[in-house]
Design a protein around this ligand. Sequence first.
Ligand code: HSE
Length: 444
Amino acid sequence: MEVKKSLGLAVIGCGTVGGAVISQVLNQKAYLTERTGLNLQLLAVVQRSGSTTAARKGIDPKLITENLDEVLQNPAVDIVVELIGGTTTARDSILKSLAAGKHVVTANKALLAQHGAELFAAARKAGKALSFEASCAGGIPIVQTLLSGLAANRIEALYGIVNGTCNYILTEMIRKGTSYAEALAEAQAAGLAEADPTLDVSGGDSAHKLAILSALAFGKKIKFDDIPVQGINNLEVMDVNFGRELGFVIKLLAVAQRKENTLSLRVRPAFIWEDHPLAWISGPFNAVSVYGSAVGHTMYYGRGAGGSPTASAVLADIIATGLGCSQAWFDNLSLWPDVTEPAVQLPVEEIESRYYLRLMLEDKPGILGRVAEILGEYNISISSALQKELPPDRVDKEGVPFVITTHLAREGNVTQAMKKIESLPAVLEPGVIINIIDEHAEAF
Ligand code: HSE
């Protein structure tokens, strides 16, 4: 076994992912050297003041410290691995580490989505690499795929199921007909949802990943706050079931579509056709579909969360850094938010999609005609319509559900039309609007 290079590591944070990274570095040491020629040496585990996590995980007490500054003074530390999370201490730690001349590997999606340009600029100034494979879709190597495997392609679109918690909840709603609240409680009982799942179910976590992936896919600086985001927390099982009758499966999708020089970005619960490969992704798994100009449709599938899968991605970055790949990508590719132009992000009203609309109507003559008239006024063309009797879970309600699917329409027109429809006295409650995503056309 030939060691070609030794690599000193300091890991900040020893939670689920940090613990799994440390355990892979220590337990797979010989195999990793045999495979890569790199001798990975864990030199320090930095944790928050007063934390006992590292000690409880059986880490050599000599390696545990609360003093990052001291660790950064050690010339044997080549890479700082930031796994503490959050956007304050983590940001300071990364900036300090780069300034001290260390490469950085992080899994911190919230930080990169919101402060990516600043952090990459700091890395460039320091002449070091900042790698982040584990920030998007856990163990799926989607970042290195965009940097390397798809390097020859102009990316046309990207569709991601990038939140395992939401995908688990939606899978339960689809398969068992359980309500959102019941499915969430099950996910929490199974240890698949955080005690506070707000960031996941509100779509915020998916938006972080979308911002990071879109920046690389399209080589543009993404304004995170301008991404329209909707989560799954208001989804009714009635709509999940009506969608199924129409041949659709509901997914929380992170969508990025290039249209000439603009980008249409959004996170939405969306209906996709049941024969699209993304419709088959169930439970806590993630998948990302990428459409390239040369390759056409590709899809990447795997576990999007959990210690070991996420550690796999962190280790991939450590190895790519050790081999010099990360630095070469960072120095040579024009994809990094510190050097790219701002994207022209379509405002939400301008986004074009097909839509599923569901209304609760009084069952009286003439109402459907009035609804169709309003849609016509807003240039929205109906592609199908379905009136149902009340499903058993809604027998407490009055009225009948009426479902319409539309051809392509501007979102601004759809929301305005819905407002006008909701003002009709025969409309009993706020309407439901869900994107329908058709199969993306390949470029050839
Ligand atoms: N909480 C995320 C999920 C994993 O449920 O997919 C970390 O990004």
